[in-house]
Design a protein around this ligand. Structure first.
Ligand code: GLV
Length: 311
């Protein structure tokens, strides 16, 4: 019997998870937090933002499956049982959603829709110059599965795409830079910066006063990864000074964003409530069920997290 516990604030999805997993795991005992039953029986947890300390309560836990692509929501639990493997969710449907978001945001700034929205409010019929797509440099920060998909799709639209990652990467058609040395060169070429990084000890606050200054004058920032990657007060200062001409943000340091936060009303900010990639049980069940099968068959797990790296 595979005893699987679902821990998520989206409890309305529990029936879908139960049905989809039962169709793939025939001897499934499916439970939903807080009705976890006998704690000693829980072997596998599927989790999104579990309460701190919860996962330490299951002495026979063998696998933690993240219900999101990021795992910072698990690793920030000081009582996380360190010996239990964690797998990230790598779902092609979510990656497609993230790329759609990036394409929308990049085109928004590239085609000056930020300004044309204002012109419409002002009933102003006025044309703006349009730079050639090939001369618009888009920097994709983080070249994991999401970053790579975004980079390919942006390049297919004709943008000059650069990628940056912690370690060297070779991606056909994309100019890749890496490490601390590559970062300044990369930022200096990013007319539009798309952030696809995981939030780790090494990346927290990576976009700050100094690195934002390294972006070209009048550049744009798209953050669809984690709010903690960007120091918000530094971003606001760069927006106010005009050094950053616009920001498209799906994530913020504090979520939900407090009602009195200046990002809500900044004229050069577009905000969405962390919806760039939404976990869809219909597609996410495949990689999760496969990892459960692998665990039980003693085969190597896919998308295993290295807790030291934080992703
Ligand atoms: C969403 O933020 C995720 O990590 O999938």
């Amino acid at each position: 019997m595979a005893v699987v516990l679902l821990v998520t604030p989206r409890t309305n999805e529990a029936a879908d998870w139960a049905r989809l997993l039962r169709a793939r795991i025939h001897d499934l005992d499916f439970r939903v937090h807080p009705d976890s039953g006998e704690a000693g029986e829980v072997e596998i947890v599927l989790a999104w933002k579990p309460p701190h300390g919860l996962l330490a309560r299951f002495p026979r836990l063998r696998l933690i499956c993240s219900l999101g692509m990021g795992v910072d929501h698990l690793l920030d639990d000081p009582d996380l049982p360190r010996s239990v493997p964690i797998v990230r969710l790598v779902d092609s449907n979510m990656i497609e959603q993230m790329s759609e978001y990036a394409l929308y945001a990049v085109l928004h700034f590239h085609r000056r829709f930020d300004v044309y929205e204002r012109f419409q409010r002002e009933r102003r019929w006025q044309e703006l110059p349009l730079p050639h797509t090939r001369s618009r440099r888009v920097g994709v920060m983080g070249m994991g599965a999401t970053g790579e998909d975004c980079a390919h799709k942006l390049a297919a639209l004709g943008f000059a795409v650069f990628g940056w990652s912690r370690t060297p990467k070779r991606v056909p058609g994309i100019t890749c830079l890496h490490g601390a040395d590559g970062l300044t060169v990369f930022l200096a070429q990013s007319d539009i910066l798309v952030i696809c990084l995981p939030l780790t000890r090494a990346t927290a606050g990576i976009l700050n006063e100094r690195t934002l200054r390294a972006l070209p004058q009048g550049s744009y920032v798209v953050n669809m990864a984690r709010g903690g990657l960007v120091i918000e007060k530094d971003l606001l200062a760069s927006l106010d000074s005009g050094h950053i001409a616009g920001a498209f943000l799906d994530v913020t340091e504090e979520e939900p964003l407090p009602a009195d936060h200046p990002l809500w009303t900044h004229p050069n900010v577009r905000l969405t409530p962390h919806i760039a990639g939404l976990t869809n049980p219909q597609t996410a069940v495949e990689p999760i069920a496969e990892n459960i099968r692998r665990l039980r068959a003693g085969e190597p797990l896919h998308d295993l997290v290295d807790p030291a790296l934080g992703y």
